[in-house]
Design a protein around this ligand. Sequence first.
Ligand SMILES: [Zn+2]
Length: 91
Amino acid sequence: MPRGMFKSGRLRKIFVKTPGGVTHIHYRQRKPSKAICSVCKKPLAGVPREMPATLRNMPKTAKRPERPYGGVLCSTCMRVMFQQKARGESA
Ligand SMILES: [Zn+2]
C-alpha cells in the first residue's frame, strides 16, 4: 500500500515498466491548469502548460502570442475589444 502522501491524488502517477517486467508507479507533480481568456474563459492557444521551472528557461516569445493582450485575451475577444474602443463604446 502506498504511503499516505501518495494516496491523496495530489501527484500524478507514471507507470514505469522495469526491465524485469514489473510495473512500478512513479509520482510526479501535476502540471498547472491551462491559461484561459479573461473575458470568455476559453483556453488560450499558444500559451504552454508547463511547470514554472521549465517556463523560466523558455524565451518570452514562446510563452504567449506576440500581439496586444497576448496571453490575457483570446484573439476573438481582443478583436471585439479593439472594435469597441475604436467606436468609443465602454467595454
Ligand atoms: Zn475570449
